[in-house]
Design a protein around this ligand. Sequence first.
Ligand SMILES: [Zn+2]
Length: 375
Amino acid sequence: MKRKLFTKLVCGWTSLIVGATLLSPVIIHAEKIEEKKENIKKRDKEIQQLEKEKAYTKKELKSIFAELEEKKRKLAKLDKEVFSLEKKLRDKKKKLKKKETRINEMKQLYEGRLRTIYQQGDMFYIESVLNAKNLDQFISRLSYIRIVEKRDRELIKRYQQDQVILKKEKEKYEKLLADRKKKAKKAHSIHSRLIKDYKEHEKQIQELAKEKEHLEEANEEERKQIRDMVRKQQQQSKSKSSTYDGGTFARPVKGEITSTYGMRYHPIRKTYKMHTGVDFGASLGTPIYAAAGGKVIQSRPSTGYGYIVVIDHGGGLSTLYAHMYAQDVNVSVGQTVSKGQKIAEVGNNGWSTGPHLHFEVLKNGEHTDPMPYLK
Ligand SMILES: [Zn+2]
């Protein structure tokens, strides 16, 4: 029993050793790199899907926002209308009350006069008329009484007409106000529903962005691993293409440095993040030159960095160029390039807020500050 197991173990180990010696480390590394590339591709697809979802949610959010703005405008108009109608109605009510008071006063006055006339009977007329000193006075007193009476009646009639008109106006405004208040109430509820929708969409976008950020970090990790692989490959090949003479690098693009190498503060996340290269701001299509002579070891699409090119300069040094578009890249893997040779054009591909070149110097596969090499 024990012997059998031992033999099995020995056989197993032997075949393992044989298998391992058959596969050269270079092939293992190449396979690993391929695997990593596949992983990146898969994740890129996921990120693209997330981007699509985000774009869709953003589009929806935009339309909701437009609707919200429209409703806000309508609501403001309605509120204004309600306000002015309330004011008008208050004015009308005030005027109506004044009219009513005036009518009551007039009525009392008129009734008082009539009462006097009736109470005193014809004697009041007769006395007043008879006491007239002459015919003119007699006639004028008689007509005066009639005129006063007529004027009182007319005044009351006019006030009563006014009262009717005012009442109608008051009713009209009351109806309008009720209608506007109803509309405003409806608009308010639509408005609050839209705000709720908007907030929900915003939350969704934030969640999607968070998810994407997470994937980005994973990809960054993947890229770090690729750098490690590159480093190992460089060590194994013992840099046969050792063209780097230790001199300065050529500036890879004509453009200002917009971001330097080092820790960068993220104002939203309130965290520090490493910026692994130098950013040169330049317009789309600006030529990108090889910083030094060497061999192109990577020329492929990536997610965060768009299309990238990596040139191995020998001596453990390589340079990385990022954010290009595939159609603007002139070099392919295995190609030898000379210092200052145009290799691509500035793009705005990947996670980039504006056209720029992200330039990295890799020393034994680790990113390092490119500035000393450029001076
Ligand atoms: Zn950068």
